[in-house]
Write a protein that binds this ligand. Structure first.
Ligand code: ZN
Ligand code: ZN
Length: 360
């Protein structure tokens, strides 16, 4: 994905006003209607508009700035955002794009969910998702006519699906493309509709798709698989698949972004004399830490790069191991005796024995 700030040619500290200004100028230069015959201008324009859609929305901008990798995540989740922007800037003076024309409609977006363990989230995982969505009709190949009966070319637009209309705007006189009304923008007229899809060219089918989830994904993130959703009407783009990712919590760790925190409880004598503890590694073999004699409660060890992979940047976070010292509450009579003798030798003043305080 391109850098949104670069796309608009502004710095990372640009004010909303600067972002708006940059977009307005770029949109004017790159709009396809201002660049007739240049097929690249629409792609460039979409890039600029996508950048603006994110950076003009404080919430999305904040998420993007934090480095959320699926910046595309819920971009256009309310599809039509692009047209709304155009509406706002150009008052509908342009023809609009894709779905808003009268021509073939873009395929529907599909929502899916996947659930991963923390370990899967650390190494990345492929998951198959299944859904029902429009697909190309296998009887007519999507053309909408009964096999052997080809659609005829629309006489009004001669198959183009659109007609040119002159329009005056603040950019001067521009030619805008309007949908042909006779064929509803299809360019062809179906005389014998396909019996399976009734001429629509689409049938609902069961689909499955393998989603590759990158290592480091966080709970609640959303992936967007562009163009993998329902098929669009004749030639129109397919919808997208949005995958909401749930990462299950793992009792062994607390996750804070790329960092993992693990807690180990040791006994009093272990803290005094030192011991060796085993630390689970989320995607590898357990490691051991030798704790020295005199280890204090809440000592923290850092195992570098043993946390979660970083999604966008390279490398991975650290694993922090918090050492707790457990104070026993279940002494046997014998253990209590030893501890009270110890207290005497240390000149400590523990509360005198109370019946029933500890399990016997
Ligand atoms: Zn068909
Ligand atoms: Zn036509």
């Amino acid at each position: 994905m391109s850098d949104y700030y670069e796309a608009l040619g502004v710095g990372r500290d640009a004010t909303p006003e600067e972002i708006k200004k940059a977009f307005r100028a770029l949109a004017r230069d790159t709009h396809p209607d201002a660049n007739p015959g240049d097929p690249k201008s629409e792609a460039r324009f979409r890039e600029v508009a996508e950048a603006y859609e994110v950076l003009s929305d404080p919430q999305r901008k904040a998420r993007y700035d934090r480095g959320e990798v699926f910046g595309g995540g819920d971009l256009f989740s309310q599809f039509g955002g692009l047209d709304d922007i155009l509406q706002q800037f150009f008052g509908g003076g342009f023809g609009g794009f894709g779905g808003r024309r009268n021509g073939p409609r873009r395929g529907p977006d599909i929502a899916a969910t996947v659930t991963l363990t923390l370990e899967d989230a650390a190494v990345g995982a492929g998951r198959e998702i299944e859904f029902r969505a429009p697909g190309t009709c296998d009887r007519c190949g999507g053309h909408g006519s009964e096999p052997g009966h080809d659609p005829i070319t629309c006489p009004t637009c001669r198959g183009a699906g659109s007609v040119q209309v002159a329009r005056d705007s603040f950019l001067g006189r521009i030619m805008t493309v309007a949908s042909c009304t006779q064929c509803a923008g299809k360019g062809r007229i179906i005389e014998d509709p396909c019996t399976k899809c009734e001429g629509g060219g689409l049938v609902t089918v069961d689909r499955s798709l393998t989603v590759e989830i990158p290592g480091g994904v966080e709970d609640g993130m959303r992936l967007r698989l562009s163009g993998k959703g329902g098929a669009g009407e004749r030639g129109a783009p397919s919808g997208d698949v949005y995958v909401d990712v749930t990462v299950e919590s793992d009792d062994r760790y607390e996750r804070v972004g790329d960092e993992l925190h693990h807690r180990v409880e040791i006994g009093i004598s272990e803290a005094v004399f030192g011991t060796t503890v085993e630390v689970p590694i989320v995607d590898g073999d357990a490691e051991t830490i030798d704790l020295p004699a005199g280890t204090q409660p809440e000592t923290v060890y850092r195992l570098a790069k043993k946390g979660m992979p970083r999604l966008k940047r390279r490398g991975r976070g650290d694993l922090f191991v918090h050492i707790g010292v457990a104070v026993p509450t279940d002494l046997t009579e014998e253990q209590e005796e030893v501890l009270r003798s110890y207290a005497e030798l240390r000149d400590e003043q523990p509360t005198a024995q109370k019946r029933g305080l500890f399990r016997r």
